[in-house]
Design a protein around this ligand. Sequence first.
Ligand code: NAD
Length: 483
Amino acid sequence: MATKQAITGGETIKTITTHYIDGAFVESHGREVMDVIKPTTGTVIARVTLGDEEDTKRAIAAAKRAFATYGRSTKEERAKILRRLHQAASARVDDLTAAMVEEYGGVVQFARPIVESGISAFLASEKALQDLPLARSWGKTTVTLEPVGVAGLITAWNANALFICLKLASAVAAGCTVVIKPSELSSLQTRVMVEALHEADLPKGLLNVVTGLGNIVGAELTRNPDVAKISFTGSVGVGENIMRDAAATMKRVTLELGGKSPTILLDDATLDQAIPSALVMAFLNSGQACAAGTRLLVPKSRLDETKSRIREAMRAITVGDPADPKTAIGPMVSQKQYERVQSYIRKGIEEGAEVLAGGEGHPEGLDAGYFVKPTVFVNVRNDMTIAQEEIFGPVLCVIAYDSEEDAVRIANDSRYGLHAAVLGTDIQRARRVASQIRAGRVVINNMTDDPQAPWGGFKYSGVGREYGQYGMEAFLETRAILE
Ligand code: NAD
């Protein structure tokens, strides 16, 4: 049985002891058991048996067998599978959202659209597949785009459902078979997702999922010679390890890593729109988002006005029960993440930044669980630690600038380059500023999305792109046949 439930002392504790290999839920060979802790209370809600190298090798072998056939599939066969995956996952949107809310405290107002956005990737990849010519020829030369092989997909916890769908959709469109290693902090969400995808009646071995630790399951995927490609979402440190270790078997790698994204408020911005927009981007997913706009660059001429608007807007931001649709900020995912955020708030104060809102400790009335106070620092210099390092919590740095050139310089003065925003009323000027930002995606005036637009980072924010045709190409090799 895939998921069991036991009642202990009035609490229902779920247990997960299986992985998904070769089209079936199979008992774990690995015996280590990990507790799943609910971040709103700090209590154990599930126990998960973690996979080991043997589980991973079995999953890779199944994916390799399946690739022999699926790697030769036609566009129409792949398109049908993508449509079935879309249908199967769509049937479980409520359950997937509920699992995100429970397991990592994702607020429902973020979790639901993230789940829906992830599921839409199946249809977006179908479109990309239909639009991309897989063969071209001229004279006596024929060039075809071939699936790279078995792909290892490694996800982060902060939008695990989206990452699984997005990476799987691109891999399936390209003709690859996969082994997914979800974040160990996302075991419950992954279980719901895999149960959903199982209903899509996939060819056996196309999809395999092994839950386990990064240094065991993730490391086996990275070094195994039967895996041709790693698509990874996570931290810079782990991304560096993967890139280095994958080189030994010359794997292709896509790395979606961290960010310290700037939001440039231009001096012609309408603050009624710009401030709410800037705060939504800063506190996205309770600040636990790679794209969070955690550096707000404000013209000196409008600094006082901006500060008072932010102070006012912060009073209206609700922190608390992530299941409540009115809640903007939920708990941090874990005790470790709670402490990390606290340590950065302390660091900011030590470095001389001024707390405009929030600060250290739990918000009033939220002593249990991993809740932090959404915090805004002003008088921040861009060379301070809080302006340079990814905190991954609801901490916003307000940095003053002198001129448009100065704003662009500060925005680009970061080792990251994932996302950025420009807020202003003169659209030509906003575009001019956007075109100077060294980041993989720049939004103008609001966070918006396009499932065919590429996603990925410059500099330490990563290597390669995801979404639509760009994402699919990352799972393809080019072959030329010359007669
Ligand atoms: P993490 O790097 O700790 O873990 C990510 C995944 O890597 C997990 O599944 C983990 O088990 C696995 N892993 C750990 N060690 C490994 C190893 N040695 N080999 C292979 N896999 C290993 O990151 P996290 O805490 O889960 O996620 C937060 C980070 O992810 C942040 O830095 C955030 O910015 C980044 N992120 C980036 C994007 C993006 O699209 N660019 C999206 C979301 C999150």
